[in-house]
Write a protein that binds this ligand. Structure first.
Ligand SMILES: [Zn+2]
Ligand SMILES: [Zn+2]
Length: 261
């Protein structure tokens, strides 16, 4: 299984780089996967970073997974999901995206600190336990090709591969492709234009179309901010015949002032 795009270009180079990183990991003393401080166990956080993280706890909006006030009972919807249901069925995330988790995500994304991968996947499996049970297919939000080539890896794909595990659930790392929006925007209003741009930015890879038809897909990403990106992917998957689209992220932005209805 490759963590790369379908062409597999750069595979040998990246394998070497990863081998090199693994060798360096063995030689150096273990560091915190967040701040890089010495003293934490391999692949773990130091006490300060651990204490600063905010794991998302129930009660949650049953749709988008937004944490709700503790006074809420049952399985309510948040205000935003009542007003405008998102294109996906359910979204869950392990962490609130704040200063502490931003450090963790940036270290993972830009400094190739991959030691945290197992911990991230374990947290995500807990946050998304219900979603994983219902998934036939796990797939990452794709990176645009030039970004993949410049960065060398898609962090969402690394998470998707780890989260899906070794069970019967299939993991398809190149299910979706990110491309330029090419459809004409003429005659569309502001909101429709934005929707069109985002959905047109993704497509189901032609050779995987048959797998998507009738499947329950779990989309994986590192961070959910406005939900526009996963929403666009969900729209594309729905059009291709997916019967359920859930979203599982490492961290998500918690909007101030949002709550239950
Ligand atoms: Zn730390
Ligand atoms: Zn919601």
């Amino acid at each position: 299984m490759s963590y790369l795009d379908a062409t597999g270009r750069n595979a040998a180079l990246l394998a070497l780089r990863r081998l090199g990183a693994a060798a360096v990991d063995l030689l150096l003393p273990p560091r915190c996967i967040g701040c890089g401080a010495l003293g934490a166990r391999q692949g773990e956080l130091c006490a300060a970073c651990w204490g600063a993280l905010h794991f998302i706890q129930a009660p949650l909006c049953r749709c988008c997974g937004l944490p709700l006030p503790h006074s809420v009972v049952g399985e309510p919807l948040c205000g935003a999901c009542v007003v405008a249901p998102p294109p996906y069925d359910r979204a869950r995330a392990a962490l609130a995206y704040d200063d502490a988790s931003r450090e963790l995500v940036l270290a993972f994304k830009h400094r190739e600190r991959l030691a945290g991968l197992d911990a991230f996947a374990a947290w995500m499996r807990v946050a998304g336990a219900e979603l994983l049970v219902d998934a036939d297919l796990v797939a990452p939000v794709p990176l645009h090709r030039w970004r993949l080539l410049s960065r060398g890896f898609n962090q969402a794909a690394l998470l998707a591969a780890r989260v899906s595990g070794r069970g019967s659930r299939a993991c398809c790392l190149d299910l979706l492709v990110r491309r330029r929006a090419t459809r004409s925007q003429q005659g569309l209003g502001g909101d429709a234009r934005l929707r069109n741009v985002t959905a047109a930015a993704f497509a189901v890879r032609r050779r995987h179309r048959a797998r998507v038809d009738g499947a329950r897909v779990l989309l994986v990403d590192d961070v959910m901010t406005t939900g526009a990106t996963v929403g666009a992917c969900a729209t594309v998957l729905r059009r291709a015949g997916a019967t359920r689209i859930d979203v599982l992220c490492l961290a998500r932005v918690i909007r101030a002032g949002s709550g239950a209805i």
